[in-house]
Design a protein around this ligand. Structure first.
Ligand code: ATP
Length: 409
């Protein structure tokens, strides 16, 4: 690591009492010039240090993420086969290895054959897990008939059109694709900043096609135990096949499909296995009938290219933050059921919301309503909207409101 050079010396002003006024003035001017120069040098250094800090912060974040994965994924999943006087017979999931292992007296009294447990590298039982259906319920959200419609989504008409074409048409008129002789896109990847309507889009398309909406969060997949991520992916696809027509929505796909890291830790290997399972499922996708798959990410830059190959997520749709017209439409949507005063000018207000996402605008309108309620009014005025905007902008500065953070994508 290179060490930064030492700081410039502090300039000194030496004034000799013998000096004439002109000489003094000259010395002071030179001193001033030197101070300015040192100041400039220090500014430069500060800038360099800031850059370096940013780089280091990124490294720290990466290490933290890796550490989290490691901590979370270093346990394996097993089932209890039998509780005997000599210990407990467990069967590790994935490799089906059976082992007789000792357990702590506290756990032993609670264990029963059939329990799901988490074990460590040496097969020691660490804890008893909720039953399997709980694990699934936690990782998956199933909605038979989501209520979101395209009309509820503002500012991304072009993206709606693309999603209709890539997801809705193959579900509602598969014969069209057959007649023309083209395969519909396998998977659609929506990418863009948080809170821009990606989940809404997936729900709306499921609604429009009367399909079951099945959501899985990528982050839920990697917080589980070794072997469980891959199994949940398998479950996800078989559940979709049972419930077809269905729309599978994998949120935060970057959690399981990031560019490969160099490390060969067990956590990384687990994420890798989960991704391989996902790719496998997608590769065998054609026979799956009326199931469409949509994934979303805020971190497009982190994705492993393997998932973007033809036959996988081969239709990319960027979902950006709304422009002024989009913001106005979103404001309109979110205020449609509000009792808004005559002085509220949404056109003018939309102009002030540069950088706001759809989710930010949704919280802003709720917040404006709260201001009216606090003031014992039933009508929401322009001042309430302004106050809400200021409150959210302050929260952004304090970094309280996550949605405001501009992720790189
Ligand atoms: N384009 C939009 N039009 C109307 N409302 C929106 C829009 N985008 C976001 N919202 C509001 O924000 C909420 C969150 O949006 P959504 O979950 O679809 O965002 P997302 O892009 O999936 O975010 P994330 O990447 O954080 O998962 C929505 O329930 C809705 O209230």
């Amino acid at each position: 690591m290179s060490r930064s050079p030492s700081l410039p010396d502090r300039p000194r002003l030496d004034l000799d009492p013998e000096m004439s006024d002109a000489e003094r003035l000259d010395a002071m001017q030179k001193h001033f010039a030197r101070i300015m120069q040192v100041n400039e040098e220090l500014d430069e250094r500060l800038e360099e240090a800031d850059d370096r800090m940013e780089g280091l912060q990124e490294e720290v974040d990466q290490l933290k993420r890796r550490n989290d994965t490691l901590k979370k994924a270093s346990l394996y999943l097993a089932s209890v086969e039998e509780v005997t006087d000599d210990g407990v017979v467990i069967k590790q999931h994935g490799n089906n290895q059976e082992v007789l292992t000792e357990v702590s007296p506290q756990l032993e009294t609670k264990l029963e054959a059939g329990d799901r447990v988490a074990i460590n590298d040496s097969f020691a039982v660490q804890r008893i897990l909720d039953d399997e259906t709980d694990a699934r319920a936690q990782a998956m959200e199933v909605d038979e008939s989501p209520e979101v419609t395209y009309d509820d989504i503002g500012g991304i008409d072009e993206q709606i059109r693309e999603v209709k074409e890539a997801v809705e048409d193959p579900l509602s008129s598969p014969e069209l694709f057959e007649e023309v002789g083209v395969d519909p896109p396998s998977g659609v990847l929506l990418y863009g900043p948080p809170g821009t309507g990606k989940t809404m889009l997936a729900k709306a398309v499921a609604n429009q096609t009367d399909a079951t909406f099945i959501k899985m969060a990528g982050s839920e997949l990697v917080q589980k135990f070794i072997g469980e991520g891959a199994r949940l992916v398998r479950d996800l696809f078989s559940l979709a096949a049972e419930r077809e027509p269905a729309v599978i929505f994998i949120d935060e796909i970057d959690a399981v499909a990031s560019k490969r890291t160099d490390s060969k830790t067990s956590g990384d290997a687990e994420v890798q296995r989960t991704m391989m399972q996902l790719l496998n499922e997608m590769d065998g996708f054609e026979e799956r009938g009326d199931v469409r798959i949509i994934a979303a990410t805020n971190r497009f830059d982190m994705l492993d290219e393997a998932i973007l190959r033809p036959g996988r997520f081969d239709r990319l749709i960027e979902v950006p933050k709304p422009n002024e017209e989009g913001r106005r439409r979103i404001l309109e949507i979110h205020t449609s059921r509000m009792n808004v005063a005559d002085d509220v000018d949404l056109d003018e207000f939309a102009d002030e919301l540069d950088g706001f996402s759809g989710a930010d605008i949704a919280s802003l309108t709720t917040e404006a309503g709260m201001f009216a309620i606090r003031d014992d009014r039933t009508e929401v005025k322009m001042d309430d909207f302004e106050a809400a905007r200021e409150k959210l902008a302050e929260a952004e500065e304090d970094d309280i409101v996550g949605e405001f953070t501009d992720y790189q994508y």
